[in-house]
Design a protein around this ligand. Structure first.
Ligand SMILES: NC(=O)c1ccc[n+]([C@@H]2O[C@H](COP(=O)([O-])OP(=O)(O)OC[C@H]3O[C@@H](n4cnc5c(N)ncnc54)[C@H](OP(=O)(O)O)[C@@H]3O)[C@@H](O)[C@H]2O)c1
Length: 256
């Protein structure tokens, strides 16, 4: 009887959550023409970054796919060009786990582009359970999700100032809300937990707010965007029990 009651409560709660998600999901239906605009999206070969790149290409933008894996990036580029008919889509390589790579990437962008209207800091890793260090001596999740997007953004702001009304969009996560123990002086103490991922996303939100304060909003505006739960490759970077949990819930709670 008790078990039946618990199952009943679980089913009812799930249905309520599902209805809540249905009613609160917001979809961007903008048809704003982006011809003449240049957009740069990190991690654009898959997942949310790919969909953003596809949408911008459909609307006529010049799109720079900033990716670490050349083969995957070229495949995505071909798919976007074939799917949209927009041939103004290019691949540029960047590895966010290396500051040298970020700097070389920016030099490359500055050589080929005379303006940049949209920067989407999308690429990130979850890497729960991994505490590997980068060549720069930082925890991978901290460098890929926060330090490198920070560096990339700062290095690109001059180029972005050249066009009116440029935008910087930083992808965040609900995990930022539950992140705890954040200490700006102890960011090197992270050990690769889900909480550390949340901390990187909290850092991105704080960074976005500070950017908004420092930049002239007539030139560049900044945004944090939480995409909600989306079924992407990112959940493969979790221990198998979490991955299985994500697989179980994805049909019910994930957006796609
Ligand atoms: N999916 C969700 O439910 C969810 C929820 C909240 C927030 N988000 C945020 O949304 C953004 C996109 O996530 P997603 O779910 O689309 O993830 P995803 O499918 O795993 O895609 C992540 C992208 O980042 C790239 N990347 C990883 N490490 C990199 C590095 N060192 N240098 C350059 N690129 C690197 C990946 O490249 P490879 O393909 O080569 O690995 C991939 O293109 C992330 O910021 C994530 O935190 C996602």
């Amino acid at each position: 009887m008790n078990i039946l009651f618990i199952i009943f409560i679980l089913i009812i709660s799930s249905i309520i959550i599902k209805i809540y998600l249905r009613l609160t999901i917001v979809k961007c239906n903008s048809q704003m023409c982006l011809i003449g605009k240049t957009a740069l999206i990190t991690g654009a070969n898959t997942g949310i970054g790919y969909e953003i790149a596809l949408d911008f290409a459909k609307r006529g933008a010049r799109v720079i796919l900033a990716c670490r894996n050349e083969q995957k990036a070229n495949e995505a580029c071909r798919k976007i060009i074939n799917g949209t008919g927009n041939e103004n889509v290019v691949v540029k390589l960047i590895d966010l786990s290396s500051f040298a790579s970020v700097r070389a990437f920016v030099e490359d962008v500055k050589k080929s582009e005379d303006h940049l209207n949209i920067l989407v800091n999308n690429a990130a890793v979850l890497e729960v359970g991994l505490n590997s260090l980068t060549e720069d001596g930082n925890l991978l999740v901290m460098q890929v999700n926060y330090f490198s997007p920070f560096l990339l953004t700062v290095l690109l702001t001059d180029l972005m100032r050249k066009s009116k009304s440029s935008r910087i969009i930083n992808l965040t996560s609900v995990m930022a809300r539950v992140a705890h123990g954040f200490n700006v002086n102890k960011m090197g103490n992270a050990v690769g937990t889900l909480n550390d991922y949340g901390i990187t996303k909290l850092c991105m939100i704080l960074f976005t707010i500070e950017l908004a304060r420092r930049l002239d909003e007539r030139e560049i505006t900044t945004y944090s965007a939480d995409p909600g739960l989306v079924n992407t490759e990112i959940f493969k970077q979790t221990p198998s029990n979490m991955h299985n949990l994500a697989k179980f819930f994805k049909r019910f709670f994930f957006k796609v």
